[in-house]
Design a protein around this ligand. Structure first.
Ligand SMILES: CC(=O)N[C@H]1[C@@H](OP(=O)(O)OP(=O)(O)OC[C@H]2O[C@@H](n3ccc(=O)[nH]c3=O)[C@H](O)[C@@H]2O)O[C@H](CO)[C@@H](O)[C@@H]1O
Ligand SMILES: C=C(OP(=O)(O)O)C(=O)O
Length: 430
């Protein structure tokens, strides 16, 4: 079983280049099957969830040609099945995008109920409500969503909760519906806008992505395109927090600073130096960082996917910080692990109260999910002594070459898969 072992205490210094956004790429890959023409997608992150989705696309009969590590050409003309299912696809969240994509193109889809990180109950009722409003017959049988329509017809849909997945999914199906769909109370995340831009580059007619209301005029077909995915807001934010918690100085390159404003604002409140450039953000940590409060909210609010990384950063800031998780009910599972490292955090319901400590100590901890795992790694890099983070498969779902990028900033971290390799690491770093 692979683990990360690290020796903390080194401030991270240098430059790191951020890859393409996982959560945009997942929607874009699924949408790529909606045309029979070639689609070339660039700036794809080479992470597990993306590779699972690509394999599923191949499984249903589409051609998937890897041009290089970050570029793929997809052609959906040869698709022979409107049903996806295997043990891997069941574990990821973005499998749900096949419903919108297949329903739009083939008016039929059979997809297992999605997995994803265990961070709460994660229903998909809003997705299903949207598909039904577009005229589809949708049922859940034997753990799968089965959707059929004779024709998809435009509708006026109001989402009861702001949902990234439902917004993207309904938008995809409505792209090939007859008439103008109006989607209200939608998510405004950068990845929602990126998927809309991608669909528009294929000939869709989507307006308003990035605002509360999206208008989609249905078109009869989509054509091929070439598209480059936006940088990953959450990978960038994770490195920004890594710079802050280790009191380092990191230039986080290939980012869209606007997407990072909520994170930058919190680091500034803590007393860090944050300098924005056209496509980079420099974060300089300070010894006397101070507490601040965080409440996760849909974009442009503070992203829930950054909550654990910011919370561990606050664990080493002076004073008491209050972190309120308002999107998912089970996103504090890293707190017990962090406590093993000497953090002082109390969780009550959806609120964590963090009393900053002056130092953390290395420990053996388990990554409970993707972002919590990344958060424990950056905590380990700031802790005194050795930390082992187990269950790093979660982290590999969303971070490409995490250990290499951290090593590039001077971190003493290695991926190991045996006690012997861990010992070797300890001998090497002393
Ligand atoms: C693959 C992907 O892009 N995952 C992201 C996506 O997940 P995901 O698409 O699952 O998250 P949503 O935005 O849909 O969820 C937001 C909230 O709405 C609720 N809800 C959602 C749908 C629904 O039909 N009914 C319902 O009640 C959820 O339980 C949650 O409380 O957005 C989340 C919120 O930014 C991120 O944390 C995830 O990283
Ligand atoms: C929660 C996440 O992913 P997923 O929705 O795929 O579980 C995430 O990217 O932080």
């Amino acid at each position: 079983m692979e683990q990360y072992i690290m020796k903390g205490g080194n401030p991270l210094v240098g430059e790191v280049t951020i890859g393409g956004a996982k959560n945009a790429a997942l929607g874009i890959l699924a949408a790529a099957i909606m045309t029979d023409e070639d689609v070339l997608i660039d700036n794809l992150p080479d992470v597990r969830d993306i590779n699972v989705l690509l394999e599923a696309i191949e499984e249903i009969g589409a051609t998937v040609e890897r041009i290089d590590r970050h570029t793929v050409r997809i052609n959906g003309q040869t698709i022979r099945e409107v049903s996806v299912d295997d043990e891997y696809i069941r574990r990821i969240r973005a499998s749900y995008y096949f419903i919108g994509a297949m329903l739009g193109k083939y008016k039929s889809a059979q997809v297992p109920l999605p997995g994803g990180c265990n961070i709460g109950s994660r229903p998909i009722d809003q997705h299903l409500k949207g598909f039904r409003a577009l005229g589809a017959d949708v049922k859940i049988e034997r753990g799968a969503v089965i959707a059929h329509a004779i024709d998809l017809v435009a509708s006026h849909i109001y989402l009861d909760v702001v949902s990234v997945g439902a917004t993207i999914n309904i938008m995809m199906a409505a792209t090939l519906a007859e008439g103008q769909t109006i989607l209200e109370n939608v998510a405004k995340e950068p990845h929602v806008v990126d998927v809309a831009n991608f669909l528009n580059s294929m000939g869709a007619n989507i307006k308003g992505a990035g605002t509360d209301t999206i208008r989609i005029k249905g078109v009869s077909r989509l054509h091929g395109t070439e598209y480059s995915i936006i940088p990953d807001q959450i990978e960038a934010g994770t490195f920004m927090c890594a710079a802050a918690i280790t009191r380092g100085d990191v230039m986080v390159k290939n980012v869209i600073p606007k997407h990072l404003e909520a994170i930058s604002a919190k680091l500034l409140e803590m007393g860090c130096e944050v300098v924005e450039f056209d496509d980079a953000v420099r974060v300089v940590g300070k010894t006397n960082q101070k507490h601040t409060d965080i409440k996760t909210l849909p974009y442009p609010g503070f992203p829930t996917d950054m909550q654990p990384q910011m919370a561990v950063t606050l664990a080493l800031a002076g004073g008491t910080s209050v972190v309120t998780e308002s999107i998912f009910e089970n996103r504090f599972r890293y707190v017990d692990e962090l406590s093993r490292m000497g953090a002082n955090v109390k969780v009550e319901g959806n609120v964590a109260v963090i009393d900053g400590v002056t130092g953390l100590t290395g420990a053996f901890v388990n990554a409970p999910d993707l972002r919590a795992g990344a958060a424990l790694v950056i905590a380990g890099l700031a802790a005194d002594g050795y930390t082992v983070v187990d269950e790093i498969g979660y982290i590999q779902r969303g971070y490409e070459c995490f250990e290499d990028k951290l090593q590039g900033l001077g971190a003493m971290i290695e991926k190991v898969d045996s006690e012997k390799e861990a010992q070797k690491f300890k001998l090497k770093v002393g």
